[in-house]
Design a protein around this ligand. Structure first.
Ligand code: ADP
Ligand code: MG
Length: 621
């Protein structure tokens, strides 16, 4: 099916400056717009023009909105793009003639891209028989350099051609979109990146081209089991049934035919310099230098229009723009060119140049056809599997998310537990300190033990406080029964236990003190007894010696000079009596001493008996 390129003209309203200038010159506009015709009324030098009339698919005057442009010339191309035809819409015209306003819109009214996107997603939502996948890319051509506006680091992109002579831009990012809001966001992002790149935005935007590309894939829904008309055995379904059981298709996740189409929405650079020809060749040269792509576009259009149906060599490769748009210009696409003009008398030549370009373009014929793929790279072919995988991935992510949360919760609990343990230890430590302050002085005071002895008496209390290890004293057993839940958790209970233990300790201390006292007393007594005994032994020896002396004296025969014994001299008797009295005193003293120790020492009794015997002996004397 052959199809002419659609060409529409849009005349924008005069701006404030142009309005003032027109009013000052008291001139009427140089263009007369009718439904599909635009006629030149005056030349640039003010002379009346006759016979310069151009007819297009549609001419929109200043009063018509972008919505009107969309409804009249854009909508059908969007519809066919959704139906598998490639489509290209581009705005061509001098700088400030309204290209960007028409394509991208402004704050005052939405552009055709926004309206097209909304319509596309409307179609997706309405179409119950097909499922769709839409992906977008956004690139800029500036000074013959291709740049990805959605991934600004990707610059100087290259154009490639597949074996099937399909043209694509390598490394250009594509983004799958599911609703108009996502597309809007992507367009804004691209626009921001374009702004950042330009040192002079106005300069750049008037000399660079942008191509917003949407790739639409669709296929019939097999699961429904019936066609749109409700008849289960429609031709298409039969075809799909056949395909799905064919050996070729059996390895595919999805076996139906997939329609893949591209819609290019192009906002071109300003054409004013290129538009000047002939005598103004110098400007043409400048234009060529400034924008090779735009010049090449003019050449391609001119060539295609000259050749008519006979396709000779077309210089698509002369520029990046024409190379990318090759399938849309004289190829497999439905193409619309919206030529925008400024109706001011100041720009008659520029508008004329645009109209001539548009006239040439409208003669070009394309041969658009539905792009159906039975096998190939269509993303949608893998969509079913992809969506299954997506579900799996989503489930795995959910599981992973839960796992991470549980781990985080566990960690938080462990931290809390650790903190609680630390707090518990701290409290126990504090409690122990308090108990030491309160109870130890009481215990020390009760039994009179000095502070220095506490270290000796309570080693079990001191040690655990110093190193935190379990101590001997029950209240200090921080790691033992108390931690197992079986010990005295309550400070009051611990204090009670502690008091009991302290009472027992004090009692033992008192007993020990008493024993020690007793022991030292016994010691002292023992020493005294020892001394006394030694003295008694000495006296006893002396007494025995005296007695034996006396015995010897009795056995000595009286000397002839002294006479018989009872006749001893008075001096001798007096001496003996003194000795006996001295002995008697000694014996009495010893006797007293013996009485004193009698109860304690059997030796004393023995001595006493001996003394008694000695006294009796003496008494007998
Ligand atoms: P271009 O992209 O062709 O250089 P713009 O689209 O940026 O020009 O338009 C230049 C100015 O004219 C902008 O301020 C735009 O809002 C305004 N303008 C263009 N076309 C129209 C229109 N049809 N209606 C109202 N304002 C317009
Ligand atoms: Mg612009």
């Amino acid at each position: 099916m052959e199809d002419h390129i659609n060409v529409a003209i849009r005349v924008r309203p005069l701006n404030q400056r142009e309005l003032r200038s027109t009013a000052a010159a008291q001139t009427s506009l140089p263009w007369l717009v009718q439904r599909d015709t635009i006629t030149q009324r005056t030349h640039a030098d003010g002379r009346a023009a006759t016979g310069n009339s151009f007819t297009f698919d549609r001419v929109f005057d200043q009063a018509e909105s972008t919505r009107s442009v969309y409804d009249n010339v854009v909508k059908s191309i969007i519809g066919s793009s959704m139906g598998g035809f490639n489509g290209t819409i581009f705005a061509y015209g001098q700088t400030s003639s309204g290209k960007t306003h028409t394509m991208h819109g402004s704050s005052s009214e939405p552009g055709i891209i926004k309206q097209a996107v909304e319509e596309m997603f409307d179609i997706v939502a309405r179409d119950t028989s097909r499922e769709y996948l839409v992906r977008v890319s956004f690139l800029e051509i500036y000074n013959e350099v291709l740049r990805d506006l959605l991934e600004p680091t990707r610059t100087n992109l290259k154009i490639h051609e597949t074996a099937k002579r399909e043209i694509f831009v390598g490394d250009l990012s594509e983004h799958i979109v599911f609703n108009p809001a996502q597309v809007e966001e992507i367009l804004l992002k691209g626009d921001r990146n374009r702004h950042i790149a330009g040192t002079n935005m106005n300069e750049r935007s008037s000399r660079s081209h942008t191509i917003f590309r949407m790739v639409i894939e669709s296929r019939e829904k097999i699961a429904d089991g019936a066609g749109e008309d409700g008849e289960p055995g429609s031709k298409r379904q039969q075809q799909q049934q056949r395909l799905s059981t064919s050996s070729l298709a059996s390895t595919d996740e999805f076996t139906g035919a997939v329609m893949v189409s591209c819609l290019n929405l192009v906002d071109l650079a300003g054409s004013e310099r290129v538009g000047h020809t002939g005598a103004e060749g110098q400007r043409l040269k400048e234009g060529a230098h400034i924008n090779k792509s735009l010049l090449a576009l003019g050449s391609v259009i001119a060539r295609l229009s000259e050749d008519g149906g006979d396709r000779g060599h077309i210089p698509y490769r002369d520029s990046k723009l024409t190379r990318i748009l090759q399938p849309s210009l004289g190829g497999n696409a439905r193409t619309l060119i919206i030529c925008t003009i400024t109706p001011s008398a100041d720009y008659i030549d520029e508008a004329l140049s645009t109209l001539k370009f548009a006239s040439r373009a409208k003669t070009i014929c394309n041969t658009p056809e539905v792009n159906e793929e039975l096998r190939g790279d269509a993303l949608l072919r893998r969509l079913k599997r992809a969506s299954e995988l997506e579900k799996e991935v989503a489930q795995m992510r959910e599981i992973e998310r839960k796992k991470i949360k549980i781990e985080a919760d566990n960690e938080a609990l462990l931290r809390q537990l650790w903190k609680s343990q630390k707090e518990r230890e701290r409290l126990q430590h504090e409690l122990a300190l308090q108990q030491r302050k309160v109870f130890l002085p009481v215990a020390a005071g009760a039994d009179g033990v000095g502070g220095t002895r506490r270290q000796t008496w309570f080693p079990g209390l001191q040690a655990p406080l110093a190193d935190g290890a379990p101590g001997d004293a029950e209240p200090m057993d921080t790691d033992g029964a108390a931690n197992d839940g079986g010990g005295p958790d309550e400070p009051g209970a611990m204090a009670g236990l502690y008091r009991t233990a302290m009472g027992q300790v004090a009692e033992l201390k008192a007993q020990n003190e008493a024993l020690q006292k007793q022991h030292s007393q016994t010691d002292r007594r023992g020493r005294d007894t020892q001394i006394a005994l030694e003295r008694l032994v000495r006296e006893h020896d002396l007494l025995l010696a005296t007695l034996s002396q006396l015995a010897e004296a009795e056995a000595v025969p009286p000397s002839p000079a002294r006479g018989p014994a009872d006749t001893a001299s008075p001096r001798e008797l007096a001496l003996i009596r003194r000795k006996i009295r001295a002995l008697m005193r000694t014996i009495e003293a010893s006797q007293k001493q013996c009485q004193k120790f009698r109860a304690q020492r059997p030796e004393a009794e023995f001595l006493e008996l001996e003394l008694q015997a000695a006294r009796e002996t003496l008494a007998q004397r």
